[in-house]
Design a protein around this ligand. Structure first.
Ligand SMILES: Nc1ncnc2c1ncn2[C@@H]1O[C@H](COP(=O)(O)OP(=O)(O)OP(=O)(O)O)[C@@H](O)[C@H]1O
Length: 790
């Protein structure tokens, strides 16, 4: 049966008939394949065909809708696009896979750049294969409306109801695919040429991770179709993140892509169990360590000080090698890779001994053509090789190096200063199995392992997420694994923290040293974080990451942001647990970001409240409540996020503001910030000069320690320039009372409280923008205008 594509004027009913016909074709293909196993030539083929037929990844599941998009081109061509392609009986494609390079190119079309696309028709579907809704975008018409109504691009994205309903869905411990709602700019990144070092910079929630993973699937379908999945590598920052993203590629049909966190990528089996001092941690990540390690490895090859003699069975003479002889052999051998050099050294040594032995044999006059050359005892040779070129494991080598000032000084040469040598020095454990290692040792062990053997697993394409934090040594480990330099690296400079926090991409690109062209893409739109939340978080940017602008947000969530001032530091934990309970009772997926110092008290508060929680720093997320440290929250997202003690997060390290920015931007829905009244971080409290005010729910504005659940549902009120609500403590401070007006009534009816709170906020805004002597006139003018309007 050959299928007729419905005309451009097709109605939903016409489209439904077509969908059904395509499904019939697909299911009959599935049946044909299922039957094929019966006629297979042998048992092995039969088993394979049978297994394939049951879960035929190239066809998709039998309840999968056949398409989600139709593209009508100016030249009259029409393409249906599905999660999987479908061909008719004549092997003509009737539905194309979203992964096809040509389709991704067309999905990159917009009203600015139509690429020959006249209309995009999106289908919302429901089980099984039923079209519920159609949304047509006629690009020329859209361009006209944009020009006439002066609509911004962000407004267009915000009004995309299909996208908005996807973004509003509740989240889970596993990241989801975005195949159906890939946006134009995202499609271009996904389909960017393979032979590049592609740098993707984007703020929180701009879709970097999602795009990078979809790009892997598209590359394996297109330019990399001839490489096997396990020649593509995806690298993330830690085990929890890896687990969070790990189902995306299998969902996209790519089962065997290698996915590793940066620690487990390294060629070593040691488990880090100590934390370095910051200066040592930074030094160990420094690319200068490459020179130091090379010198240290070369130092392990020691010329002899005295001659060695080799004895032979059945002959009385000996062969003597002088230090000079051995030095000449060493000079002949390449020292890298170390283990290969060692084997070669042994070969040349044996050959030198054999030549000398034969010479002596001839001199004895006992030699005939058939005489075997006397051989030295292998143990004697091995003992010389071991003295000159010792066999080493990377761990033994590094332990010996860091454990000896003498070795360190020699390896440091003029590369490191004496103080830096001091930073590297540490006590060597008597037994290698007892040696302790840090995270920063892993790339060094990896480097040494590869320098020793010359062998590293390489990949046709490498995707690296959260790349902005990697040390030079980690970046070099990635570079070594890249076959031709084709990589996709994604990150956000404003979220760069750790010992190698950066303000630009320059050194990352330089260290990866890809021979391929570098291409950089900046993502503009933020799809995760609600507008009010980003407005609050962006107040940190001028100091956290000067020059970086927050993404343009395309979604709003009502009552997204609440501040919870409490009386004392200890009160924060009980309040956080209350807020968590409120969200979790609504079935939301909750993340609690808490600084390390408060972790125990938070856990005690959970225990006291008899609430179960999951420690997300231990390698995975649970579906209800997750407690996570600010650093480990990077890359994750939750329906509701409770940030506890933001000031301590800011003070905890040199990039505290960035840490707080990361923590605040993990939510897809609700953000609650629990803090001690009067100690909200300055930038959040003051508001940035260029930021619009965030909104805060009256629940928190009603005063410190007020029970959040019991608060009446009131309309949101804007957060004034200073976002804290007045507290009992504030009342005592003379300057606080001068700066802000107070609501006259704190109790009373819902109506009275609404009026009081709004009045308070209007007055605060007024105090921000107008000198006090004009207030009277301004308020009279406002009252007059309201009277006119009503
Ligand atoms: N086109 C899209 N359609 C549907 N959902 C999308 C789209 N783009 C992004 N998202 C969603 O937005 C959220 C944020 O995406 P993602 O985690 O990839 O952002 P990110 O840039 O990596 O963020 P961060 O820097 O915070 O790690 C995810 O839930 C993702 O599924």
């Amino acid at each position: 049966m050959s299928l007729t594509i419905p005309a451009a004027s097709a109605t939903l009913e016409d489209e439904q008939l077509f969908f059904e016909a395509v499904r019939d074709v697909r299911e009959s293909t599935r049946e044909t394949r299922a039957l094929a196993w019966q006629s297979a030539a042998n048992g092995k083929d039969r088993a394979r065909l049978k297994a394939n037929a049951a879960t035929d990844a190239t066809l998709g599941a039998s309840d999968e809708p056949v398409a989600f998009l139709r593209l009508d081109l100016d030249d009259g061509d029409t393409y249906y696009v599905g999660e999987h392609g479908v061909s008719d009986a004549d092997n003509e494609r009737v539905v194309l896979s979203w992964k096809a390079p040509a389709i991704l190119r067309l999905r990159g079309a917009s009203h600015h750049d139509r690429r020959g696309v006249a209309r995009q028709r999106n289908y919302r579907t429901e089980p099984i294969n039923r079209i519920r809704d159609i949304d047509d975008v006629v690009l020329a018409e859209l361009a006209r409306q944009v020009a006439e109504l002066r609509t911004s691009d962000a407004q267009i994205v915000s009004s995309d109801t299909f996208l908005q309903s996807e973004l509003a869905r509740t989240r889970s411990p596993e990241m989801q695919t975005i195949v159906r709602t890939i946006q134009a700019a995202q499609a271009d990144v996904i389909a960017a040429p393979h032979d590049t070092l592609l740098v993707v910079q984007g703020g929180p929630g701009t879709g970097k991770t999602a795009i990078a993973l979809h790009r892997v699937a598209a590359l394996l379908f297109g330019p990399l179709r001839d490489v096997t999945n396990n020649e593509v590598l995806v690298v993330g920052p830690n085990a929890t993140f890896l687990k969070y993203i790990s189902r995306v590629l299998p969902e996209l049909g790519e089962e065997n892509v290698v996915q590793r966190d940066i620690g487990h990528l390294m060629a070593t089996t040691v488990t880090p169990d100590v934390v370095e001092r910051p200066a040592a941690a930074r030094l160990k990540g420094d690319a200068r360590m490459v020179e130091v390690l090379a010198r240290a490895l070369s130092d392990r090859i020691r010329p002899l000080r005295e001659s060695v003699e080799f004895t032979f069975d059945d002959v009385s003479w000996r062969v003597t090698l002088t230090p000079q002889d051995v030095a000449e052999i060493i000079d002949e051998v390449d020292r890298t890779p170390y283990a290969v050099g060692r084997a070669r050294f042994r070969e040349l040594l044996e050959s030198e001994i054999a030549t000398d032995a034969r010479r002596r044999q001839k001199a004895d006059g006992r030699w005939t053509n058939r005489s075997a050359t006397p051989r030295p005892r292998p143990t004697d040779v091995e003992s010389l090789v071991e003295r000159v070129w010792p066999q080493l494991t990377p761990a033994a080598f590094l332990r010996d190096l860091f454990g000896s000032v003498e070795r360190l000084l020699s390896a440091a040469g003029s590369t490191l200063g004496a103080d830096e040598v001091g930073l590297l020095r540490r006590q060597a454990a008597p037994k290698l199995s007892e040696q302790q290692w840090s995270k920063e040792d892993l790339p060094l062990l990896d480097h040494v392992a590869i320098e020793m053997t010359g062998e590293a697993e390489t990949y046709a394409h490498i995707v690296v997420d959260e790349v902005q934090d990697l040390s030079p040594m980690q970046l070099l480990a990635l570079r070594r694994r890249s076959r031709h330099g084709a990589m996709t690296i994604v990150g956000d400079i404003a979220q760069s923290t750790g010992h190698w926090a950066r303000d630009s991409w320059t050194d990352i690109v330089d260290l990866l040293a890809s021979p391929l062209p570098t291409r950089r893409v900046d993502l503009e739109y933020g799809y995760r974080v609600p507008r009010a939340v980003m407005e609050l978080a962006a107040r940190l940017l001028p100091e956290a990451a000067p020059g970086i602008v927050a993404p343009t947000i395309v979604r709003d969530v009502e009552n997204a942001t609440r501040l919870h001032p409490v009386g004392t530091a200890d009160d924060q934990f009980a309040r956080a647990v209350e807020v968590v309970r409120e969200h979790s009772s609504k079935g939301l997926f909750v993340g609690v970001v808490c600084p390390d110092g408060g972790r125990n008290r938070l856990e005690d508060a959970f225990r006291d409240a008899r609430i179960q929680w999951n420690d997300a720093d231990k390698g995975g997320l649970a579906s209800a409540i997750n407690v996570v440290s600010p650093g480990a929250s990077k890359g994750l997202e939750f329906d509701a996020v409770v940030v506890v003690d933001p000031e301590t997060i800011v003070q905890a390290g040199p990039h505290g503001l960035r840490m707080l920015y990361i923590a605040l931007t993990r939510t897809t829905g609700y953000l609650d910030v629990v803090h001690v009244a009067g100690s909200l971080p300055r930038l959040l409290a003051e508001g940035g000069a260029t930021q619009e005010p965030a909104r805060v729910s009256p629940t928190s504005a009603s005063g410190a320690d007020g029970p959040t659940e019991a608060a009446p549902a009131l309309p949101d009120v804007p957060v004034p320039a200073r976002t804290e609500s007045p507290t009992a403590q504030d009342e005592d401070r003379p300057d606080a009372s001068a700066a802000r007006a107070r609501p006259r009534s704190r109790g009373g009816s819902v109506r009275e409280r609404t009026v009081a709170l709004n009045a308070e906020n209007v007055l605060e805004l007024l105090a921000e923008v107008a000198p006090a002597h004009l207030w009277q006139e301004i308020l009279e003018e406002v009252a007059a205008r309201i009277a006119d309007e009503s």
